[in-house]
Design a protein around this ligand. Sequence first.
Ligand code: SAH
Ligand code: SF4
Ligand code: F3S
Length: 446
Amino acid sequence: MSDENAKKLYIKTYGCQMNVYDSERMAEALGGQGYVATDTPDDADMILLNTCHIREKAAEKIYSELGRYKGLKAEKPDLKIGVAGCVAQAEGAEIMRRQPMVDLVVGPQSYHRLPDMEQQVAKGQKALDTDFPKEDKFDHLKSRPKAQRGPTAFLTVQEGCDKFCAFCVVPYTRGAEVSRPVDQVLSEARDLVDRGVREITLLGQNVNAYHGIGAKGETSLADLIWQLNDIDGLERIRFTTSHPNDMDDALIEAHGTCDKLMPYLHLPVQSGSDRILKAMNRKHTAEDYIRLIERIRAARPDILMSGDFIVGFPGETDQDFEDTMALVRAVNYGQAFSFKYSTRPGTPAAERAQVDPDVASDRLQRLQALLNEQQRSIQDAMVGQEVTVLFEKPGRLAGQMVGKSEYLHAVHVQAPKSMRGELVRVRITESSTNSLAGVLAQDVAA
Ligand code: SAH
Ligand code: SF4
Ligand code: F3S
């Protein structure tokens, strides 16, 4: 089929990095049905929203987005509209009841069945699949087209969660914790490297709980990283998101000894109050977390710490919140994400007495001010230092390239486009709100 005749697929992705990865795999699965990607909904034959259910706002966004496609669907009755991801899993057929123009609903564990579902909707039927199937979706998604890729990629190694934090929908939308076998991960990684990838971020809702089956039986995340470290052409390894209770000694040590493992760690803590941590079912104390970070920093002193926080969790008092502020001061974060608690139907905390929303807003403001201050001062301290940047794409200004440092800072540099995909030493000259600027170290030396 020539590209002109090809049907066009528009995918819009919400939520976490795993959804970004899943969207790529869904596009590939539908590529076999003759779809090519388009970056606007206006000329699409199919629109697929890959959704997030983590907070109420994220889920409601989907219905307003669907509303926007009413006109398009009226003009073009053959347009197919699908909802994938965590809202699809959580709400299932309810989505089609609320928004009858939706043709297809597919959950995060069943999207390998998209080709069959597409045939169903092509016949004018509705298609719904939110199973947690026994078969491994990845076994059915093996053949990726061999197209060239950018320098960075995500690779899902673990999915689902058995932790059941009292606020969180993920154990329900993604299901029980499952690790992909080592061989499957290694061959996908090699394939990505063959196609131009230099940096891989291993993904899992609980990535450091990884325990995939390998040649020597159960393999930990640290062992997996060491095996990936041997792949020629792969230059950088990252992983996210980790749970503090699954940070084992080998993984901590790898941060000090594995040269391809980057010095950045996203380690959500959610609260600094032991009372709230207990109510959240996090199963560790604030002190445990601070000691853990001390051990990680002993292994890799320059590691940049990142975290997630929730304020206004049911029962959170002023003192609990002050404990969170104290933990943040003790850790000193280079990056962090903080949210006001959002009630999620079906989770244990939804039944509990809620904090006054204005009080929660004030706390969020104070917490974010402190986190921003920390982020900024860590960034500012980079000025004058040399970092290694993996150039990913042209920057906003002419002649500029942008990429990430070891510490995941975005860095803008005047450099030729031919340097895309290269690891380059850069001297940092400037720090602004969300990025750094620098010059090629070779230019400074010359
Ligand atoms: N698997 C990751 C978290 C995934 S959700 C982990 O275990 O850390 C990403 C972040 O969203 C969480 O870390 C938490 O800070 C936030 N979050 C989850 N549920 C939430 C809720 N009900 N209200 C507000 N924030 C929430
Ligand atoms: Fe959600 Fe907790 Fe599991 Fe993270 S560890 S995905 S916050 S239940
Ligand atoms: Fe959202 Fe689902 Fe990811 S709820 S954060 S898209 S796992």
